[in-house]
Every structure is written in structure tokens, then in C-alpha cells.
Design a protein around this ligand. Structure first.
Ligand code: HAM
Length: 394
């Protein structure tokens, strides 16, 4: 989370926090035919008169877009979040009813270089935390018009071979033919293998957009594979869609992050037409991938200084406050414990320096500073000069 915040901050994304629940209509734009909307929403009526129909957030993008439309920040509006999401799923390893997404959204520009920035940000984050077996897969869904034309072509193709599809996929042909493309059934997959592809029928604008994204990814050195059948599970995508998949996880749950453009979402939520792009990456799946790859997060950095007060704790109370105010991170022992016990806590805190306060030091207006890492011993410092002394050593 800290690594993600730093990566997003370096790229100019500010933190955003949206409510845990919204009017259900906000989420319906993910697509009436998607599993998330049809089967997985935790929805309820509140105590209003008349009651409002609300739902727990199943993902971050719709809420962020609702906030954008409501508050009209200047664009491009670049934000990141770390947020719980709720989906009534059949639970299994890597698939939970409450999961947590790290995500970013950038709203207000259709520049394909932003697609590269967003995909690059996530790829770089995975690299930074030590993941190596992660593959990037991309596709273009085209403009909304490309999508509509394609859906018609795909539907007539599937109608022609409907008898060969698995029953669950047959049901989708009329209402949501694109959902058949990411079928899990081998029977349907054989039909899908012959289906027309959207990338082959992109309009010149969409093809140019996709071309520039590919050139950008190559330029920043991020390898990718085009999967013309990648459609993602939500309906709002246009142009670029992408997923990062882990080679170390079971295939069923191996997508650790995904996203894409959603240039039609703002208008469908009642706002002015405004392009946008983003991604979400499940924290639980990232952690599973870290385990599977044997990557362990860097140990949390400890505090700079630990204050061990053997005179009752009042000096530690005041000193830690003073040090933190001066920008030096500090922790302390509580409950007036013994020197031995406080020094154990000091070791656990990861502090490099211990400030030790005993009766003699207090009487002399001093404290002792001990280096906990290199064993270079202990020096006495006037209490008034402690901050400037520590500044030279932390
Ligand atoms: P999504 O693909 O539905 O996209 O979810 C994003 C990520 O959340 C997945 O790649 C996965 O890591 C994680 N995830 C989803 N469902 C579960 C679950 N039940 N249990 C554990 N992890 C899960 C979105 O939600 C879009 N809002 C992403 C996006 C942002 N597109 C544009 N901007």
C-alpha cells in the first residue's frame, strides 16, 4: 500500500476516498448483462421515505466517476485509491466476497499516451515489489460505434452456430454476445476460436489509438501480448483494455490487475461526455502472487529513535512529542517497564538510536544516546541539544 501510494504520487495522482455505498444506479452502468450487476451486488433499501435502493461498492471506477461528475474538478483528474469492494461471488482462493483494490483513474483526456502511463504505472509497481512472473495482455475494444457494429457481426456469427455452444453461453447470444468471448466452456471456446475479431474491424481512429499505445509500451520497455478476445468482465470499456496475469497463480484467478478506457461512462451516468481510463488490482491477489513467487515485502522501516525512560515516563512523553514535531520519527516504552524490557522494545521497533533517560541524566539535564546497530557505544547529550544532535545522526 505504501509502495503503491508512492508510485501513484510520483506520477501525479492524488488520493481519493469514495463512500462504501452508493445509489444502485451508479453501478448499473457496469453493464446490465455482467455478472457483477446481475448476480453479485450487495443491494439494500435504506430507511428513507420512500426508501432508496443502495448497493455496496463492487468496484471503484463507477464511484470515482460519480464523484467527478458531482464535483467537477479540473481535468485531467488523476486519482488513486485503496478501497474495499464487495461482490457476492462463489468464494475460492483468490476470489472473495470482500476484496480490496488498489486502483487509479485518470479522467478528462483521450490521449493514448495516458493509456501508456497508466499501464506502465501498474507494471512498474509490480516490478518494484519484486514480482517477475507477470504478463501484460492488451486489446482494443474500439470506439462505442465500433463496439456496436462488432456486436451485431458477432451476434449473427454466434446465432449461426448456436447449437454448438454450451447452454449457459447460448443464453448470452441475444443479450450480451461479447460475454461469450471469455467463455470458460471448452465446447464454446471451439466456436469462439472462429468468431470475427474486433481488432480486425476497428475504425481508423481506434486503430491509430491502439497503435500509439503499443508503440508507447514498446518505448518504455514493457513487454505485452495482444489477446483479441480480451473483453474484461465489465461493459463500460472502450479502446484500450488490459490485464496483468500471474504465471505463478492458478489460471482461474490469475488476473492480478486489470483496467482500460471507459470513454462513454461519464455520459451514461448523466455527466458531460468525458473520457477516462484506470485500473484496479486486488490486494489479496497481489499478496497471493508474492507468496507464490516467494517474494516477501521489504520489512517496514522502523522509527529513527526509541526513548527508554526509567524515571516514570513523563520525560519520554514530552521528548517523543518534541522529536516528532521536529520531523524525527520516535516511539517509546510504556508502563514504566524495566530497562531490559524497554531495550527489547527498542530492538523490535527497528530504531537505530535509543535515547535513555535515567534519574542521573534528568538531574544533570542530559540524556544518553546509544547506537543500537553498530554498537559504537553511548554518548551523553544535553537535553536542550538533543534534536540537533539527532538530526546529525538520523
Ligand atoms: P475488475 O477486473 O473487476 O475491474 O477487478 C479488478 C481486480 O480486482 C481484479 O483484477 C482482481 O485482482 C481483483 N478482484 C476482482 N474481484 C475480486 C474478488 N472477488 N476477490 C478478489 N479479488 C478480486 C474493476 O473492478 C475495474 N473497476 C478496474 C478498472 C479501473 N477499470 C478502469 N478503471
Amino acid at each position: 500500500m505504501a509502495a503503491f501510494a508512492a508510485a501513484a504520487g510520483r506520477a501525479g495522482y492524488g488520493f481519493v476516498q469514495t463512500p462504501m455505498f452508493e445509489e444502485i444506479g451508479v453501478f448499473k452502468r457496469m453493464g446490465e448483462g455482467t455478472d457483477v450487476v446481475r448476480k453479485e451486488m450487495y443491494d439494500f433499501l435504506d430507511k428513507g421515505d420512500p426508501p432508496r435502493h443502495l448497493a455496496l461498492r463492487p468496484e471503484g471506477t463507477s464511484s470515482v466517476m460519480r464523484a467527478f461528475i458531482q464535483h467537477q474538478p479540473t481535468t485531467p483528474w488523476k486519482v488513486w485509491y485503496s478501497a474495499p469492494s464487495f461482490r457476492y461471488e462463489r468464494t475460492q482462493a483468490g476470489r472473495y466476497r470482500q476484496h480490496h483494490q488498489l486502483g487509479v483513474e485518470a479522467i478528462g483526456t483521450e490521449d493514448p499516451d495516458l493509456d501508456v502511463e497508466i499501464i506502465g504505472l501498474l507494471g512498474e509497481f509490480y516490478r518494484e515489489i519484486g514480482l517477475r512472473q507477470v504478463d501484460l495482455v492488451i486489446n482494443s475494444i474500439g470506439t462505442p460505434a465500433d463496439r456496436t457494429t462488432y456486436i451485431e457481426r458477432l451476434r449473427s456469427f454466434l446465432v449461426g452456430r448456436i447449437g454448438e455452444l454450451a447452454p449457459a453461453d447460448q443464453e448470452k447470444v441475444e443479450s450480451h454476445p461479447m460475454r461469450v468471448l471469455d467463455t470458460k466452456s471448452p465446447q464454446s471456446a471451439a466456436v469462439v476460436a472462429d468468431a470475427p475479431l474486433l481488432v480486425d474491424t476497428l475504425s481508423p481512429d481506434a486503430a491509430a489509438h491502439f497503435e500509439r499505445v503499443q508503440r508507447g509500451l514498446t518505448a518504455i520497455g514493457l513487454p505485452y501480448r495482444i489477446d483479441p478476445r480480451l473483453v474484461r468482465g465489465l461493459d463500460y470499456y472502450t479502446h484500450t483494455a488490459f490485464e496483468f496475469r500471474s504465471g505463478a497463480l492458478e489460471a482461474a484467478q490469475n488476473t492480478i490487475g486489470g483496467g482500460g478506457r471507459y470513454d462513454g461512462l461519464a455520459a451514461s451516468l448523466g455527466g458531460r461526455p468525458t473520457p477516462g481510463i484506470g485500473f484496479g488490482s486486488g490486494i489479496e491477489r497481489i499478496l497471493l502472487t508474492c507468496d507464490a513467487e516467494g517474494v516477501f515485502g521489504a520489512p517496514a522501516r522502523g522509527v529513527d529513535v526509541f526513548v527508554a525512560d526509567l524515571t516514570g515516563g513523563e520525560v519520554a512523553r514530552d521528548l517523543t512529542f518534541e522529536l516528532r514535531r521536529a520531523g524525527i520519527s520516535a516511539d517509546r516504552g510504556f508502563d514504566a517497564r524495566s530497562m531490559k524490557s524497554q531495550m527489547k522494545s527498542a530492538d523490535r521497533s527497528g530504531a537505530r538510536l535509543a535515547v535513555i533517560v535515567g534519574e542521573d541524566e534528568v538531574a544533570a539535564g542530559q540524556v544518553s544516546v546509544r547506537d543500537l546497530r553498530d554498537g559504537s557505544g553511548q554518548v551523553s547529550v544535553a537535553r536542550d541539544e538533543l534534536v540537533s544532535h539527532l538530526r546529525t545522526r538520523t
